[in-house]
Design a binder for this molecule. Structure first.
Ligand code: FAD
Length: 317
């Protein structure tokens, strides 16, 4: 293996690793620098269900979401570790006048009437991934493509230009400081994990006035959510908040009653006012800096579409 690198991707979460894979597929020699082990990234905590959570109705976001939907669906068919397609039932409470703006990305969404207090039921198939095996698979793909994932923390993005002429900034929430971007802020998410009593369908009641509510089954457990708390940095456990999540989820899906609680997880989504920043600019010494951060609650949902765009920005100019 040679040390020569065309692109350094700073950040080894889902955004950085998918970008690294796409860059390699385009022929670039890639090194990923990540300050944390995968298990310590926000990406590990993601539920991680395809859904453009709290994104704006922006054509770019729709394109990324659609491309990722298709890619994750193909991966589920191929048996990629952790990737599956799950039926979803999403209950709405606000007046509805047709399918949501992102419906076209799914291909199979239908809107049905629902009983009060709901206004409508959306049924669609959502690709879903279990992040621990999936991040490992992504790392292995980078390695298989001749790249390396190194444990390295930068104080400034300029440091990466000493190793390569093109640098991708996929540092999530840390990009607020590294790219001096005041629009970046945390959106805290809290989930409770319970043993799976046999569920295979995802449920969402995001407009619940008592708090955002979702139930996402995985192979062995179910992710119960949740919260979306902007500007809050503490990741301390909160037994009351966890109990409230459990109550709301059992009310939505009664089969969950009595399911053994396996734990609570809290993570800071890398949110950004104005949406994800995926754009290129000049770097030191004639280099190119490509930003890819600020994916908030939709980093998995937008990952492969963004990765394709990062590869274009990095390699095509
Ligand atoms: C509870 C919860 C549930 C979620 N559910 C979903 C879901 O269902 N669907 C979905 O699409 N999304 C979901 N998300 C959001 C998703 O997790 C994020 O959008 C996504 O993980 C962001 O990925 P990222 O790669 O940008 O950031 P991260 O995973 O935070 O990765 C950032 C990387 O940058 C590295 N880094 C940071 N600073 C430095 C530095 N100075 N030097 C070098 N490296 C650095 C870190 O070590 C890390 O490797 C959820 C999030 C939470 C918290």
């Amino acid at each position: 293996m040679t040390d020569a690198t065309d692109v350094v991707v700073v950040g080894g979460g889902v955004v950085g690793l998918t970008a690294a894979v796409r860059l390699q597929e385009r022929g670039a020699r890639v090194t990923v620098w990540a300050a944390d082990e995968p298990a310590d990234t926000v990406s590990t905590l993601a539920a991680a269900v395809w859904y453009p959570t709290r994104t704006d109705a922006d054509p770019r976001v729709l394109r990324w979401a659609g491309e990722t939907y298709a890619e994750l669906g193909r991966q589920a068919e191929r048996g990629v570790p952790g990737a599956v397609r799950r039926p979803t039932r999403m209950l709405l409470r606000r007046p509805v006048d047709g399918p949501p703006w992102w419906a076209g990305a799914t291909g199979d969404l239908v809107v049905e009437p629902a009983e009060a207090p709901y206004t409508a039921l959306l049924r669609f198939t959502a690709p879903t991934v279990e992040m621990t095996p999936y991040l490992e698979w992504l790392r292995e793909r980078v390695g298989a493509g001749g790249g390396r994932v190194l444990r390295r923390r930068v104080d400034r993005l300029d440091e990466a230009f000493e190793a390569a002429p093109v640098v991708v900034n996929a540092t999530g929430l840390a990009a607020g400081r590294l790219a001096d971007d005041p629009a970046v802020h945390p959106a805290r998410g809290r989930v409770v994990l319970v043993a799976n009593p046999g569920l295979t369908t995802s449920y969402r009641d995001e407009e619940n006035p008592e708090g955002m509510t979702y139930v996402h089954p995985r192979r062995r457990d179910v992710v119960l959510g949740g919260t979306y708390e902007e500007g809050l940095w503490s990741t301390a456990p909160d037994p009351e908040a966890a109990a409230a999540i459990l109550r709301r989820c059992v009310a939505l899906v009664p089969e969950l009653a009595g399911a053994p609680v396996l734990g609570e997880r809290v993570g800071l989504r890398p949110a950004r006012r104005g949406g994800p920043r995926v754009e290129a600019g000049p770097g030191p010494g004639g280099g190119r800096l490509v930003h890819a951060y600020g994916h908030g609650g939709a980093g998995v949902t937008l990952s492969w579409g963004c990765a394709d765009e990062v590869a274009r920005l990095a390699l095509d100019g």
